[in-house]
Design a protein around this ligand. Structure first.
Ligand code: CP
Ligand code: NVA
Length: 313
């Protein structure tokens, strides 16, 4: 597999390899400090980012390379240069490209035309690098034996919900997404893809519109912002009202398992998708999760540049 374009493209073996390598980078960040020596990695973002940008730039530096950060309108792509031409040019200068943007199809097209690895650093559809940090966190807390556990995402059926379903399916986990019905529910194709993968891995994919029922017996309660980057401001009032029953608060945490943890990809909006009592409370693992972004992105870059990921066949 040349690129990491979508969470669902990863194989179970890829995820295990990436998480093992990430753990090694957590112990010794500089263990492969020559892997990108004298090479550059482009990081191109048309949306804001705190964690993914910092994680990517520090990951490249720890691998001995030079990160080149490009903001949306820095490139001629904003003035009509085609994605294909951009992909060819970046491939001539850099050893990999991490991109954060709106349309998944733009990222897919870049991957198709670039000769270097292209990494999806978030689109409206997916957020694959985040899920590796999430599962690095989950494995640290619960170990590899996840049989009988339920991993539940509560909130907007957005890019994070799609990635949550796909990664859970790859790992053979019982994953749940609890969101409103209708346009705030996860994409049909994302659910179908996760279900198809789960059939081969023993995973279980559940869509449960009742947040209390979804929280019951869960080992993880996960959420994400209610207004994602690019969501129209005109829809804020309606969207927040529809999502109000899906807030993760002390009552919902109380329905989960006794040892359940709270997770959030961040940035967070206390008082909307989660209360301060939960996100800043003892069951919250958000900082550990955030710092795994660097080790996991470092692992992704390391193995992709070496051509060591197989992808799901
Ligand atoms: N979780 C995440 O992707 O954070 P940023 O938007 O800050 O990169
Ligand atoms: N759903 C959020 C995720 C941020 C990491 C967004 O797309 O803005």
């Amino acid at each position: 597999m040349k690129d990491l374009l979508r969470t669902a493209h990863l194989s179970r073996e890829d995820v295990d390899l990436l998480l093992d390598t990430a753990a090694a980078f957590a112990t010794n960040p500089l263990r492969s400090r020559d892997a990108l020596a004298n090479r550059s990695v482009a990081i191109y973002m048309t949306k804001p980012s705190t964690r993914t940008r910092l994680a990517s730039e520090t990951a490249v530096a720890h691998l001995g390379g030079t990160p080149i950060f490009l903001r949306g309108d820095d490139l001629q792509i904003g003035r009509g240069e085609t994605i294909a031409d951009t992909a060819r040019v970046v491939s001539g200068f850099c050893s990999a490209l991490l991109i954060r943007t709106f349309d998944q199809s733009d990222v897919d097209e870049l991957g198709a035309h670039a000769s270097i690895p292209v990494i999806n650093g978030l689109t409206d559809l997916d957020h694959p690098t985040q899920l590796l940090a999430d599962w690095a966190t989950i494995r640290e807390v619960f170990g590899n034996d996840i049989a009988g556990r339920k991993f539940t995402y509560v909130g907007d059926g957005n890019n994070m919900a799609h990635a949550w379903l796909a990664m859970g399916a790859i790992l053979g986990a019982h994953v749940v997404v609890s969101s409103p019905t209708g346009k705030l529910a996860p994409d049909h194709d994302a659910i179908a893809t996760a279900r198809a993968i789960a059939e081969t891995t023993g995973g279980k994919i559940e869509i449960d519109h009742d947040p209390e029922n979804a929280a019951k017996g869960s080992s993880v309660l996960y959420t994400d912002v209610w207004m994602s980057m690019g969501d129209p401001e005109s829809e804020r009032t309606e969207k927040l009202a529809a999502l109000a029953p899906y807030q993760i608060n002390d009552h919902l945490m109380g329905l989960a398992e006794k040892d359940a943890i709270f997770m959030h990809c961040l940035p967070a909006h206390r008082g909307e998708e989660v209360t301060a009592s939960v996100i800043d409370g003892p069951r919250s693992h958000i900082w550990r999760e955030a710092f795994h972004r660097r080790t996991t992105i470092q692992a992704i870059m390391y193995h992709l540049v070496r051509g060591e990921l197989t992808g799901r066949t």
